[in-house]
Design a protein around this ligand. Structure first.
Ligand code: AMP
Length: 537
């Protein structure tokens, strides 16, 4: 039968098939909500009723401005379930970016966490629409708010707990997420019911050990960006429970929550896991039940992967993009490596993994020639698939730049692919360093530097050089006192040619982060390149 794929069916299925799984929400004060999937489904029906009563129609954009919580998950399902578009907004963006995004999306309503309400309230006068603001709290939590704001629990309280969910064409838009726009204006990736359900199916079949009934998954990756790597959809589909951490992603908070809730699988960017590792060291043990870690969003250093693996935590290094819904590849080892030496297994784990079903890779030279998947040829990575965007939302120029004549999407990443399908990200195209006409991978240098005991965090950026065009600069956050730069560079010398080594090292107390928690090389370059030039003069 030709039945359309619907997002709401993921939750309705969970409510029936996995009635004892569900969602736990934490806030700085402790656990605020615990709900089974049947309860979540009932509240989602109430919320959809409230959206209809507010006049939301099929195709309208309804925004969320919130950290990871059960209410945020409810919004994902209620908004798309009734045919509107769930537009997740990243609170870490600048005011100008937020105004641009809300105006571009023409959001009809904005649901925000109480602590984020002052931010939205201050932006309202600068918008060219007048979205209705709803604060995601109960009546008691509304005390500090003023003006025409609604209360989440109030608007859903009187709605029925069941609803006739509409049967929509499966290509109906369901979700909208803007890229962080570190260069130029943010661009919108629009998802459909079809792309989202297929992505959920692909992801659940790719990581069956992390996602199943009796597993408890912690998305440290935010629901406000890249759909929390698809977990809001895949967890209900597979019967896994979700443990939502709110806004506290520091090591001690994560450890305490994971320990208390016996989280089996935790997903997020490397910077978050460095904090957790420190706390694990301090406590001298793992959080109870902790079994596997999914890490991606930027390159996970082998030294970090090995520390977790040495403690018995299976690490899956994944790669993806907002434009891919977002997962493209995952690094769990195939049976082929079962009896391989540990060093070989670990080397494989450091790569970005094999493509997920439904995603195809293409490597192309700068001259436009397709390159072989031989583990050697390095080139521009293109992808295509059922959960990859075919265009940016209302942005023809950006679409023209990103989609090639054969319909492949240009990722902006430089990569190589092994004959058995393992992807290695060499660099983000704009982060590669070109010295004397030869390329140097910033990721390779960073991974090697992070294996030095005195390096807590690091980044390698290109600085302009009159003779070579660009030269690598190593920026280090030391564990304690700054080590001797010459010792650090010597540490790298074993793995690199002399000309690839950084000429100098800069020490910082912390590295600037982007709105999505990655190290902001753009900020580092802007700050350090002029400083290096002044120093050279
Ligand atoms: P975003 O859309 O914000 O998720 O950013 C996507 C980009 O993050 C990709 O194009 C890569 O450059 C980078 N990225 C994501 N995962 C990884 C990974 N595992 N290793 C290296 N870079 C990654």
């Amino acid at each position: 039968m030709d039945r359309p794929l619907r997002i709401i069916d993921l939750l309705l299925y969970a409510a029936e098939a996995f009635p004892s799984s569900g969602v736990v929400s934490a806030r700085p004060g402790g656990i605020t909500a615990r709900a089974t999937y049947p309860k979540v489904a009932a509240r989602v029906a109430q919320l959809a009723g409230a959206l209809q009563r507010a006049g939301v129609e099929v195709g309208d954009r309804v925004a969320t401005f919130a950290f990871n919580s059960a209410r945020h998950l409810e919004l994902y399902y209620a908004i798309s379930g009734m045919g509107a578009v769930c537009h997740t907004i990243n609170p870490r963006l600048s005011d100008d970016q937020l105004i641009f995004i809300i105006n571009h999306a023409q959001d009809r309503m904005i649901f925000c966490d109480p602590e984020l309400w002052p931010r939205i309230n201050a932006l309202l006068p600068h918008l060219n629409t007048r979205p209705q603001v709803v604060v995601m709290t109960d009546a008691a939590g509304m005390a500090p708010m003023a003006g025409e704001v609604l209360c989440y629990e109030d608007i859903i309280a009187t709605e029925p707990q069941t609803i006739d969910w509409p049967t929509l064409p499966e290509r109906t838009a369901s979700g909208l997420c803007y890229t962080s726009g570190t260069t130029g204006a943010p661009k919108g990736a629009l998802y459909t019911h079809r792309s989202t359900v297929l992505h959920a199916l692909y992801l659940s079949s790719s990581l069956p050990d992390s996602l199943k009934e009796r597993r408890r998954v912690l998305p440290a990756v935010p629901l406000f960006h890249v759909n929390a790597w698809g977990l809001p959809y895949t967890a209900p589909l597979t019967g896994a429970s979700l443990v939502m951490p709110g806004s506290s992603l520091d090591g001690p908070s994560l450890f305490a929550l994971m320990d208390q809730e016996e989280v089996t699988s935790a997903w997020g960017v490397p910077t978050v896991w460095m904090g957790l590792l420190d706390e694990i060291d301090r406590m001298g043990r793992l959080p109870k039940g902790f079994n596997d870690l999914v890490v991606g969003g930027s390159a996970a250093a082998p030294s970090m992967i090995n520390r977790f693996e040495d403690m018995g935590v299976n690490v899956c290094h994944a790669w993806g993009m907002t434009e891919m819904s977002p997962i493209g590849s995952q690094g769990n080892l195939t049976a082929h490596y079962d009896h391989a030496p540990l060093s070989e297994q670990r080397a494989q784990k450091a790569k970005q993994g094999r493509r997920m079903f439904g995603v195809d890779f293409k490597i192309v030279s700068d001259e436009g020639v397709r390159l072989p998947h031989d583990g050697k040829a390095v080139g521009n990575l293109y992808v295509r698939g059922n959960s990859v965007i075919s265009a940016y939302y209302n942005n023809a120029p950006a679409t023209t730049d990103a989609i090639d004549a054969e319909g492949w999407f240009f990722t902006g990443d430089i990569a190589k692919v092994d004959p058995d399908g393992y992807l290695t990200l060499v660099d983000r195209a704009k982060d590669l360093i070109k010295s004397g006409g030869e390329w140097i991978s910033s990721i390779d240098l960073e991974n090697a530097a992070l294996s030095h005991a005195d390096v807590a965090q690091c980044a390698v950026i290109a600085v302009k050089d009159d003779k070579w065009g660009e030269r690598p600069l190593l920026v280090v956050v030391p564990v304690g006192d700054a080590p001797d730069p010459a010792v650090l560079i010597e540490h790298l010398a074993g793995s690199f040619a002399r000309w690839q080594l950084p000429d100098s090292v800069v020490f910082m107390e912390r590295l600037p982060l982007t709105a999505t928690g990655k190290i902001s090389k753009l900020t580092l370059r802007a700050e350090l390149d002029p400083a290096m030039k002044r120093a050279a003069r």
